[in-house]
Design a protein around this ligand. Structure first.
Ligand code: NAP
Length: 519
């Protein structure tokens, strides 16, 4: 199977291309007509309705329901695992071409309606136009990339020849997987983990985040439209704390692909490691977790460039990215100059409704998140000096000001714990070496960046800055599929490198076959 080379999906240009802006407005109008509908679970291709519901709300208009979802119970989770197991028997034997074609067709469907998907993302999680568009582009990239990767994986793999034998290695699927995505990349991460699982021949139960089930359902519909056989993906919204635990602990679950917080990731790791009665394998877990990401600003740098990189990384999507910069570590010699430029730049950020193209920052995801972030800001007021923001923004949604806390000590709580909101701590370092030491002083290790023109310092950072995704003289968010395989160290997860050449192997097991041919 020969496919054209992979290329990243181009981003829309809402400011420069009036056609893109017109299509986005139209999609927002269309999707507005579909808000608040009821959705069922889908088990083995069959729609299943329950009396109890989960409702997702628009974070920009607190009382506006985006979708009402049937809510899984342990009994329904059992049925979903059974349906996935039944489908696995056929799906694992399907020719690779068929599985690859399913992905390519899914990518085509999403691409064709990319503004429609972006509009759903805008309403359900509060992404601004460019952020929602980037989420859709990344979803398309994952699906296209994993399709090509499966073609590569299905080709013969080199082995050292053994005299008198014919030997070969095949990568075969694992079995039934449970896919648990977060809400913050509701399309991209859902699509990435799900398609990596199924293109390798597994079948899955997809338990979406309770904050973004509609976007996940829209993705599921694209799979169905693309011709996915019933039961290959089973759509099972339900509370993580109830049905999530149940699915992870289930004896027929072979692997769990999770992206989310450290605490939930660790819980899944622990639950999955316990053998359930009747379980005959060691469960595999692919866990991508939180971050406390730093940008180091050296004295030998263009401060305007550094400020722009920090602001984009810290406040893009309201700081709700695992890769978001939440610590700027600035060398003493340029600390005051950096702070004054930063303050001026952050003050220009416009907070407002994400469906308004003039907004730079929308709301945070829900009232619980807003409360937690405000508590961190209060802690930050004691641990440092708030120089911009520090409070709520009035309006119909969960809006917060972009907040900068200066003079934070390296081990302060706001410098150590993931806040997952628009809060940036600025830490002073004595020199570049000290800055690198501070950058490594958390339990996480996801992304980081360094701004310096000094080559020797970049080389030192390449060796010593211990993160899975390190960037030089650019922002620390915006990893591109193929170009920046993504995943973190330490408490940031199992370093799966999503969007990279090693990723699909995590969803397979290698089978070596050797036949004696000369006696
Ligand atoms: P979360 O609270 O950990 O939830 C993630 C998913 O886990 C949701 O689907 C959730 O379902 C489910 N869940 C909750 N408790 C569970 C349990 N006991 N068993 C099984 N599943 C359970 O995280 P989030 O708030 O959605 O996402 C934000 C976090 O994700 C941040 O920490 C961020 O850094 C991290 N993240 C990491 C990456 C990465 O690549 N490293 C990428 C994106 C986000 P419910 O919604 O029903 O609770």
């Amino acid at each position: 199977m020969n496919l054209p080379h992979f290329r990243n999906e181009p981003l829309s240009d809402f400011k420069g291309n009036p056609e893109h802006a017109r299509k986005m407005k139209e999609a927002l109008r269309d999707v507005a007509q579909e808000l608040g509908l009821q959705y069922d679970l889908v088990i083995g291709g069959e729609r299943v309705s329950t009396a109890e519901k989960i409702t997702s709300f628009n974070p920009a208009r607190k009382s506006q329901a985006v979708g009402h979802f049937s809510k899984a119970t342990p009994e329904l989770a059992d049925r979903a695992i059974q349906a996935a197991e039944d489908a696995f028997r056929c799906w694992k034997r399907e020719p690779v071409e068929k599985r690859v074609k399913l992905l390519l067709e899914t990518a085509r469907i999403i691409r064709e309606k990319k503004f429609y998907y972006a509009a759903w993302i805008c309403y359900e999680v509060g992404k601004t136009w460019p952020e929602a568009d980037a989420d859709v582009a990344e979803a398309i990239d994952f699906v296209e990339f994993y399709a090509r990767e499966m073609v590569r994986l299905s080709k013969p793999h080199p082995l050292i020849p053994v005299p008198g034998e014919k030997n070969y290695l095949q990568y075969i699927p694992l079995g039934v997987g449970v896919v648990i995505p977060p809400w913050n990349f509701p399309l991209a991460i859902t699509a990435g983990m799900t398609t990596a699982s199924i293109v390798t021949g597994n079948t899955v139960v997809l338990k979406p985040s309770s904050d973004s089930p509609t976007v996940a359902y829209k993705f599921f519909e694209a799979l169905e439209e693309a011709g996915m056989p019933p039961g290959v993906v089973n759509f099972l919204p339900g509370l993580g704390s109830a049905v999530g635990d149940y699915l992870v602990a289930h004896p027929r679950t072979r692997f769990v692909a999770f992206t989310g917080s450290k605490d939930v990731g660790l819980r899944i790791n622990e639950l999955a490691s316990k053998r359930a009665p009747g379980q005959i394998w060691v469960k595999r877990t692919v866990l991508e977790m939180g971050g406390k990401d730093s940008i180091v600003i050296d004295s030998e740098t263009d401060l305007d460039l550094a400020v722009e990189g920090v602001v984009t990384s810290a406040f893009g999507f309201q700081g709700q990215k695992c890769s978001a910069c939440s610590r700027a570590i600035v060398v003493d010699a340029v600390y005051d100059a950096f702070l004054s430029k930063l303050k001026e730049r952050v003050a220009k950020i416009r907070v407002g409704a994400p469906d308004d193209p003039e907004s730079d920052m929308g709301p945070v995801i829900n009232s619980k998140a807003k409360k937690t972030i405000l508590e961190y800001i209060e802690t930050g007021k004691k641990e440092g000096r708030v120089i911009v923001g520090g409070g709520e923004v009035s309006g119909s949604g969960h809006y917060l000001e972009p907040t900068v806390i200066a003079d934070v000590a390296p081990k302060a709580r706001v410098a150590q714990e993931e806040i997952f909101g628009p809060v940036l701590s600025v830490i002073k370092a004595a020199n570049f070496e000290d800055a690198l030491e501070i950058a490594n002083n958390t339990e996480y290790g996801l992304t980081g960046a360094v701004y310096t023109k000094n080559r020797r310092k970049l080389e030192k950072a390449a060796e010593e800055f211990h993160v899975g995704n390190l960037y030089f003289n650019r922002k620390c968010t915006g990893a591109l599929v193929g170009g920046h395989p993504f995943g973190g160290f330490n408490m940031s997860g199992t370093d799966s490198k999503a969007g990279g050449f090693d990723y699909l192997l995590l969803f397979t097991q290698g089978k070596t076959i050797a036949e004696k041919i000369s006696f």
